[in-house]
Design a protein around this ligand. Structure first.
Ligand code: 4AD
Ligand code: MG
Length: 430
C-alpha cells in the first residue's frame, strides 16, 4: 500500500511503499540507516543485510544523497526518533540516481545556500520553516472565516501609491506608468464599505534599499479592513488573531518547532491582551535605555524596536505616532491632531514590527486636505476620496507581514529563510 511519512502512524506493523528521496545515510558491514524525506516529513529506514536481497543491500549502501526511490517495508514503532516510527526495509526500487548533490550535510556559507535556494528548500530546517509558514496561512484563513470576514483580492498592478513612506516599483502599463502594489489597503477600504469585514492576502512590493534581516523586496501581507470599527476595536482583533496563529503553530507544528530547536516556552506566553505603550512613552523608555539622541518626531529603527520589545514578554503595541512620520490616510487623535490613531505591533525577542495598522480618516474634507498636502491628484486617487462621500463610516485595518511573523515563530534570524524564493537587494534568482 502506498502512503506518506506523515501518515505512517496509521500503518504500524503493516507493509507500505513510500516515494522518497535520500536525505542522508550511514552504514556498517551489516546494516544501513537511510534518512528518508518525502515532502511530508523525515523518517529513518533500516536495511539489514540478512533481511534483503544482496543487490538491495548494495544499493542501500551505495545510494547517493537525493536519489529518488520507491521504498517498501514494515512500519515499526521507534520511541527514540522524533517521528516515533521507522521502516524495516524489504525492497527498494531506485527511480533516479542523484550524483554530486551540492548541499552536503556539512556547513555551507549563506551566499552558496542562497544561490542553491531551489535545492536548499529540501533541507530539514527549510522544510520546517515552510511548514510553519503554511500553518500560519491556514490558521489565518480559519481565523478570518470564523469571524465572518470576506476574502477580497486586491490588484497587484496599480496606479496609486498608498504607503508614501516607502519606495515604489515602477512599471509600464501600455502607455501609462504603473506601480507594483505596496499594499492592498486602498482597495480594501472600498471593499469594507461593500462587505463590512474583509481581508486580503497577497504579495506586496517595496523598492526599499534596506539591506536588513527584516526587509524583503517582495513580501506577503495579510490585510484585514473593518467598517464600523474603531482603532481600539481593531487592536483587540489584532491581538486575538496573533494569539490564534501562535496557538495553531504550537498545536500543529510540534515536529517542526523541535527540528528548529525553537524555545516554545516563550511562545506559550503569547496570549491576548497585549501591552500597549504610547509613542511618547516609548521615547521616554528609549532615553532611559541609553538612546540619548532620540527626539520626539523621530521614527524607530530596528535597534529601537528591539530595545522596546526587551521590556515585554508579549508583543507590544506602540500607539499614537506623530502624524508626520506615518501615512496620509491615518486619522488624527481628536484632541491631539499631531498624533494619529495607529499602532505598530512589535514582536518579542527582537523580531521587529510585525503589524502596522490604524483607523482611517473618514471625513471627506479632511481627506481632501490631506490630498492637497500630499499632491495626490488624478483618477488613480479620486475614487478613494469618493469612499468618504457616500455613507462614510469609522473604519480601521491593519497589515501583518507574513515573513516577519514566520521568522519570529520559527526563531530564524533572517527573513530570507521565511519565503520560498526571497527577493532581496541584488538578488532576483533562483
Ligand atoms: O506597516 P506597513 O507598511 O503597513 C501597510 O502597508 C498598511 N497599508 C497595512 C494596512 O493597514 N492595511 O506594512 C505592514 C507590515 C509591517 O508591519 C511588516 O510586518 C511588513 O508589513 N513589512 C515587511 N516585511 C518584509 N519586508 C519588508 N520590506 C516589509 N515592509 C513591511
Ligand atoms: Mg509599518
Amino acid at each position: 500500500m502506498k502512503t506518506t511519512i506523515a501518515k505512517v502512524s496509521q500503518h504500524e506493523g503493516e507493509e507500505v511503499t513510500i516515494g522518497a528521496w535520500l536525505a542522508n545515510k550511514r552504514s556498517s558491514g551489516k546494516i544501513a540507516f537511510l534518512q528518508l524525506r518525502d515532502g511530508t516529513g523525515y523518517m529513518q529506514a533500516v536495511v539489514a543485510k540478512n533481511e534483503v536481497d544482496e543487490d538491495i543491500f548494495k544499493l542501500a549502501k551505495n545510494m547517493n544523497q537525493e536519489s529518488s526511490m520507491y521504498i517498501t517495508g514494515t512500519i515499526v514503532e521507534d520511541k527514540r526518533s522524533p517521528l516515533g516510527y521507522e521502516m524495516h526495509v524489504k525492497t527498494i526500487s531506485l527511480i533516479h540516481d542523484s550524483l554530486d548533490y551540492p548541499i552536503t550535510p556539512k556547513e555551507h556559507g549563506t551566499e552558496f545556500l542562497m544561490n542553491h535556494r531551489h535545492l536548499w528548500l529540501r533541507s530539514k530546517k527549510q522544510h520546517a520553516i515552510m511548514k510553519i509558514r503554511n500553518e500560519i496561512i491556514r490558521a489565518t484563513y480559519e481565523f478570518f472565516n470564523n469571524h465572518d470576514f470576506v476574502k477580497i483580492d486586491s490588484p497587484i498592478l496599480t496606479g496609486a501609491s498608498a504607503e508614501d513612506t516607502t519606495e515604489l516599483f515602477h512599471t509600464q502599463y501600455f502607455e501609462q506608468e504603473a506601480y507594483l502594489s505596496q499594499t492592498g489597503q486602498l482597495y480594501l477600504e472600498a471593499a469594507a464599505m461593500a462587505f463590512g469585514k474583509v481581508f486580503s492576502f497577497g504579495p506586496t512590493f517595496r523598492a526599499e534599499k534596506s539591506k536588513t534581516r527584516r526587509h524583503l523586496i517582495e513580501f506577503w501581507m495579510i490585510e484585514p479592513e473593518m467598517a464600523f470599527t474603531t482603532h481600539e476595536e481593531s487592536l483587540e482583533i489584532q491581538e486575538q488573531y496573533v494569539t490564534y496563529i501562535v496557538e495553531s503553530v504550537l498545536k500543529n507544528c510540534r515536529l517542526e518547532l523541535n527540528a528548529l530547536e525553537r524555545d516554545t516556552s516563550k511562545l506559550e506566553k503569547i496570549k491576548a491582551p497585549f501591552p500597549r505603550i504610547t509613542y511618547d512613552d516609548a521615547i521616554k523608555l528609549l532615553k532611559e535605555k541609553g538612546f540619548t539622541d532620540i527626539q520626539w518626531g523621530d521614527d524607530f529603527g530596528a535597534p529601537h524596536e528591539t530595545a522596546i520589545a526587551e521590556s515585554f514578554e508579549k508583543p507590544v503595541f506602540i500607539i499614537n505616532y506623530p502624524a508626520k512620520i506615518k501615512a496620509f490616510y491615518m486619522k488624527p487623535v481628536p484632541e491631539r491632531p499631531e498624533v494619529v490613531l495607529c499602532a505598530d505591533l512589535i514582536a518579542p525577542e527582537g523580531y521587529g514590527e510585525i503589524i502596522g495598522g490604524s483607523e482611517r480618516i473618514d471625513d471627506y474634507d479632511l481627506m481632501k486636505q490631506r490630498y492637497e498636502e500630499h499632491h495626490l491628484t488624478g483618477p488613480a486617487y479620486e475614487w478613494y476620496l469618493e469612499i468618504r462621500k457616500y455613507g462614510s463610516v469609522p473604519h480601521s485595518g491593519f497589515g501583518l507581514g507574513l515573513e516577519r511573523t514566520v521568522a519570529w515563530l520559527s526563531g530564524v534570524d533572517h527573513v530570507r529563510e521565511t519565503i520560498p524564493f526571497p527577493r532581496l537587494l541584488n538578488r532576483l534568482y533562483p
